[in-house]
Design a protein around this ligand. Sequence first.
Ligand SMILES: O=C(O)[C@H]1O[C@H](OP(=O)(O)OP(=O)(O)OC[C@H]2O[C@@H](n3ccc(=O)[nH]c3=O)[C@H](O)[C@@H]2O)[C@H](O)[C@@H](O)[C@@H]1O
Length: 432
Amino acid sequence: MRILEDELFPSTPGKVKIERAHAINRQFNRCFASTSTMFLWALFLIALTASYLSFQSFVDTSSKYFSASWGGLHWEKQIRASAEPRRSQGFSVLVTGAAGFVGTHVSLALRKRGDGVVGLDNFNSYYDPSLKKARKSLLASHGIFVVEGDINDGRLLAKLFDVVPFTHVMHLAAQAGVRYAIENPASYVHSNIAGLVTLLEACKAADPQPAIVWASSSSVYGLNEKVPFSESDRTDRPASLYAATKKAGEEITHTYNHIYGLSITGLRFFTVYGPWGRPDMAYFSFTRNILQGKPITVYSGKNRVDLARDFTYIDDIVKGCLGSLDTAKKSTGSGGKKRGPAQYRIYNLGNTSPVTVPMLVSILERHLKVKAKRNVMEMPGNGDVPFTHANISLARAELGYKPTTNLETGLKKFVKWYLQYYGYSRRGARNL
Ligand SMILES: O=C(O)[C@H]1O[C@H](OP(=O)(O)OP(=O)(O)OC[C@H]2O[C@@H](n3ccc(=O)[nH]c3=O)[C@H](O)[C@@H]2O)[C@H](O)[C@@H](O)[C@@H]1O
């Protein structure tokens, strides 16, 4: 009571001072209490924000981890098992573009003779990815593991070389197709130049460095008119961006050979065809259209001259690839430094027997037993060249390369595969 009275009616001036002091004190306490409350709130908010941010980064990291199609102990085990040779002195080969046409055939051939094979493919949608998945299943049934990834992914490549000391790289991953470069030029730079450099960087850094065999193209001869095309002919007049990126690849690989001692073999493939082929190529799309009763467009050159290609059957190409791997010398670098001169080679792999496009159509008509609806039109100026013809004497002498399948026989095998794969022989045409 007394305290209450004193508070309400102070009796002396001194007491007022004291009371004022108390009041200030109380105010200060209240103020301090509210400041510390604010401070605590601030701390709480900071802590909340920090934990939210770290949770977010955890979510990001873990989602990256979980969505990554490569990595982990099980994955490494699969890679090692697939890379293990099953013959003495067998190779361990990294095949890029393994779910592609040539990549699938080369991988199977290597596996069949007892080499270890690991595939790498980005399964892009340049053409029907379900065909690539079917090739992957075929490879898996032969014990070949295909990593889903891009040659532009340097971390993935470093990891692969970390897990397996590959003796060879068969580099077949590329943006293919001559005329598609008009539509999507960037994809050629991405795969055939940037991707190639990323791959070469990984090979340079690998210990041991692998020997590299890779796919160049007959298109590098461009506007060359001297026939048959020899490796020593001019290749500085490409007719398409595709050809230009392949030519650039030859120069880039030379640089890595020169500076880092990588053993390099470039193969100029001449219009490869056969079972499990590429749907974007003429023989494949002609077959599809002929069976579906749709017209095909047959290009002709100036003055209605027929176009011609040195069509080369896939089994012959595979033999050339294996011959190149077998004769490739070891790379000479280590720790990213060259220790001595390394092998650098370029070979034509063709059939050395050009056939005109109208003749190709006639052979298909015979095997399919269906007449094609031909529309003949002048070749548009979109990268095509009028003819190709390989001189293969260098490959014959140094790789033992000797093509044995002519277009008639090769297309017969292709048509047989096509009818079976797309279900024509069993229940009529699939709707494609
Ligand atoms: O050997 C090569 O270097 C190249 O061979 C083929 O390129 P290309 O010879 O143009 O093969 P296709 O696209 O199958 O064309 C073959 C022939 O058929 C002609 N053609 C193509 C498509 C079409 O609708 N009509 C047509 O008459 C082309 O002009 C060409 O003369 C591949 O597609 C390239 O990836 C490869 O690098």
